[in-house]
Design a protein around this ligand. Structure first.
Ligand code: ATP
Length: 490
């Protein structure tokens, strides 16, 4: 009996440990500490991660359990002891902020229970603390001052700032409408300049968009994900603020969104840039799917969520719908289905199935937009680009599909690679779509098996080894698409 009780206590201690682990994974600390979720606030000088990327998640940091500054296990930004470096205006607003933060904490606590239904709580041995310890590599070197070696990659210390409302208002001239550079369904985005001269984009979540609790939870969830992402083809976070509203402070993308360049500009985006952007997005997605220790499914890959840096490097942004997927889960089923019509894979909009292949499908749609400068869904005809492009892809008819403004100003080999990759990515059967590693190879022409082959005696026509294009037309996919569109319009 005594043994049984000891065993039970041991089990419940282990369960508790696992719950704690999940809380940590979600960026939650024990509620008895002064802050449930906070971010280690460092001044910019604390870390220089400008030349490093490919960070991985906190769970693979060798010091995961002991070092708060190395990971997302976090202390309260409202704790004075923690943040000696923060400006005085920060402390002035700490009282209000503290109240707000408490509300946020209450909300996230509730949400954390809901979130746990997304992760296989207590069910996944893969995710147990013990197992993680076992999986952690032994490092020959001690962690460096500015970060940690993590498996293959270097993980920089996080360098986000927790901004006060006053700082954001000063940067944006009181959120002057003239500084508004974008508006989505959930947020307004303002251009701002920080006191050190850095230009940033401040994303202000709109209060009317959702119930407060849901907004706060979404904000924390997005923060948790974006904080783990560190790649040249993903938007970079500079900081956040929960003072009088919820804000993300992001690196500014001077060329705006890909959508604006493709659809909103008189100027024709040259092919060289289009191809570079396509490769960049593929690299970024391949990182999210295959390099991050937790697979990240973005769920909202679309032209307006691709930002363009000064050098036209693509940056995947808006992780508002992104989801972690545990290693041993083939997929995850969600409800409600959120995303953007025209980019949603059939298995997602019909069954709510989420895995990497829904991003692959959306990427295929995006490639079609890059080739054609047509929108995923044509507003006038309400026709989907997938349905429109399929016959041309089957005939491999470049001249019918390519943006007429490009004329002959494109590299035909690159164009055919992009067309082939697009046709494979939009396959209606998820398993027939390539994964993002393969997509990268296909786009770069490094993959022999899927390479374009000329049929003898067929001039420019091509056959595709890895994908049966018949499926595109004969499938019920188009019917489903039409049915889905009708449902949306009802
Ligand atoms: N870092 C940035 N630099 C420059 N412009 C940006 C930046 N972030 C966002 N934008 C602009 O603001 C627009 C809206 O941003 P975002 O997509 O993040 O908002 P949202 O409300 O989450 O959108 P959605 O309706 O897709 O949910 C983008 O399409 C882009 O034009």
């Amino acid at each position: 009996m005594a043994v049984e009780e000891t065993e039970k206590k041991k089990e419940s201690k282990e369960d508790q440990e696992e719950i704690e682990l999940h809380r940590n994974d979600l960026g939650l600390e024990h509620s008895s500490s002064s802050g449930v979720l906070g971010i280690t606030v460092m001044m910019d000088s604390d870390a220089d991660n400008s030349s490093t990327y490919y960070s991985t998640c906190s769970s693979c940091s060798p010091d995961h359990e002991s070092s708060s500054s190395s990971s997302l296990s976090l202390s309260s930004p409202f704790s004075n002891t923690q943040n000696k470096n923060v400006p005085s205006s920060y402390h002035q607003s700490a009282y209000h902020g503290g109240l707000q933060w408490n509300k946020m904490i209450e909300s996230i606590k509730k949400k954390s229970i809901r979130r746990f239904t997304v992760l296989p709580l207590l069910a996944s041995y893969e995710l147990t603390r013990k197992n993680l310890r076992r999986k952690q590599p032994k490092f020959p070197f001690p962690p460096s001052e500015n970060g940690f070696l993590c498996e293959r990659y270097f993980m920089p210390k996080p360098s986000w700032r927790n901004f006060t409302y006053e700082e954001l208002a000063a940067a944006t001239d009181d959120f002057n409408p003239e500084n508004m550079i974008g508006k989505g369904g959930h947020a307004e985005v303002y251009k701002g300049v920080l006191p050190d001269g850095e230009t940033v984009a401040i994303k202000k979540l709109m209060s009317h968009a959702k119930e407060e609790e849901e907004r706060v939870s979404d904000f924390l969830s997005e923060l948790g994900i974006i904080a783990h992402v560190n790649h040249p083809n993903a938007a970079r976070l500079r900081g956040f603020s929960s003072d009088r509203g919820l804000h993300f402070v992001l690196e500014y993308a001077p060329h705006g969104s890909l959508a604006a360049k493709l659809f909103g500009s008189e100027e024709c985006l040259e092919w060289k840039i289009r191809y570079k952007v396509a490769l960049g997005i593929a690299d970024g997605l391949s990182y999210l799917h295959h390099v991050c220790p937790r697979r990240i499914i973005h769920r909202d890959i679309k032209a307006s969520n691709i930002l363009l840096s000064r050098d036209y490097d693509a940056q995947i942004s808006d992780f508002g719908l992104a989801k972690w997927l545990p290693e041993n889960w083939p997929h995850h089923v969600v409800f409600p289905i959120e995303g953007t019509f025209g980019y949603m894979a059939p298995e997602y909009f019909i069954h709510g199935i989420v895995d990497e292949k829904i991003d692959v499908f959306a990427f295929g749609v995006l490639l079609l937009e890059i080739i054609t400068s047509r929108r995923a869904v044509d507003t006038a005809s309400r026709q989907s680009i997938v349905a429109w492009a399929k016959p041309f892809l089957e005939k491999n008819s470049v001249e019918d599909i390519v943006d007429p403004r490009l004329g002959n100003e494109f590299d035909p080999t690159e164009m055919k690679r992009v067309m082939l990759t697009a046709s494979m990515c939009i396959h209606h059967i998820a398993t027939m779509r390539p994964d993002m590693n393969r997509v990268v190879q296909l786009l770069r022409g490094e993959d022999g098996t899927g390479e374009i082959q000329k049929k003898p005696g067929q001039g420019g026509a091509v056959i595709v080894n890895a994908c049966d294009l018949q499926d595109h037309t004969s499938s019920s996919y188009l019917n489903e698409l039409i049915r889905h569109r009708q449902l949306l319009m009802e």
